[in-house]
Design a binder for this molecule. Structure first.
Ligand code: MG
Length: 108
């Protein structure tokens, strides 16, 4: 999967979504949605690390699918935001990864 291709698919998806809902401030709604998805992901990780709402810790193997779904939700929102600002996210990811690699290869 290429990020660029997925970003284009998200653009098509958002055309469908925006055709059904008219948000007055779509970029702000996307940021809020990202927080919502991050919250859902955080909740799962907390419940697998510390304690679930039902008591005890959730087993990672039991919630791996849910974690994957929340990561996917978050990534879709992020790609949508990149589209809103006409940003090719793949280029930025590659640039930032190169920068991080250079920085961390210097660290002893
Ligand atoms: Mg979600």
């Amino acid at each position: 999967m290429e990020i660029k291709q997925t970003q284009n698919e998200v653009k098509q998806l958002m055309k469908v979504v925006n055709g059904k809902h008219r948000f007055p401030y779509p970029n702000i709604m996307s940021v809020l949605k990202a927080y919502e998805e991050m919250g859902e992901l955080t909740q799962l990780i907390i419940e697998s690390t510390v304690k679930s709402r039902k008591g005890g810790k959730l087993k990672i193997d039991d919630i791996k699918g849910e974690i994957g779904d929340e990561l996917a939700d978050l990534f879709i929102v992020i790609l949508g935001l990149a589209n809103d600002y006409d940003i090719q996210l793949e280029e930025h990811i590659r640039k930032k990864m190169k920068k991080h690699l250079e920085r961390w290869t210097k660290v002893e």
